[in-house]
Design a protein around this ligand. Structure first.
Ligand code: HEM
Length: 169
């Protein structure tokens, strides 16, 4: 039994919590730079948010290795909606995982830290535009992944009861 009273495992529920927290931190990190123009807060929030994302991924893989896989248990008409939606969610999450990895590494590598006032650092000019324009896409993908993951969880564990094996008929 997990954290939210469904039949999901504890690992699944803690993972769900971490990935939602990660999207929330990404939102705060976005505000820090967009509204408050505070690079060092943006820097640390984005790194923490990325760490949560990896926490989620580690729990997801552990759950897959340690527990039985859960299959969608609702009627077949809804399964026709559920599986394409799940596929979109997985593609979005994988793209977002790769892009965030690139952003964290390139963001740190392309930053110029002055000798004094480290919290006033800025980017190499050639990288600045790429970070700003592609970064907006990464944020939106981040939120979309978190929301679609929550919808998958609700469909799999809350609205319907999952099956532990696929029965082909
Ligand atoms: C997944 C991680 C990240 C994403 C998605 C991201 C995204 C963004 C976006 C969209 C902006 C532009 C905000 C605006 O002006 O509207 C921005 C600005 C900035 N980011 Fe990030 N960022 C990430 C990680 C980092 C990291 C790790 C660092 C530092 C080492 C960093 C440093 C900065 C700085 C200095 C700016 C201000 C650029 C300027 O306007 O001169 N970012 N980021």
């Amino acid at each position: 039994m997990g954290l939210f009273g469904t039949s999901a495992s504890l690992l699944t529920d803690v993972g769900l919590f971490l990935v939602q927290l990660s999207a929330f931190l990404a939102f705060i990190g976005h505000r820090f730079i967009k509204k408050m123009r505070h690079p060092s807060w943006h820097h640390f929030t984005m790194i923490s948010s990325y760490a949560m994302l990896w926490g989620f991924l580690t729990l997801y893989v552990s759950n897959y290795l340690l527990n039985d896989v859960s299959y969608f248990g609702g009627p077949s008409e809804i399964a026709l909606l559920y599986y394409p939606f799940l596929l979109l969610h997985i593609i979005g999450a994988a793209t977002m995982g790769l892009l965030t990895t690139y952003f964290i590494i390139s963001g740190i590598k392309r930053t110029k830290y002055p000798e004094t006032g480290w919290n006033k650092f800025n980017f190499e000019p050639t990288y600045q535009n790429r970070h700003k324009t592609l970064g907006k896409l990464v944020f939106w993908l981040w939120y979309a992944t978190a929301v679609s993951g929550l919808i998958v969880y609700i469909m799999l564990y809350v609205i319907f009861e999952p099956k532990k094996t696929i029965i082909l008929s």
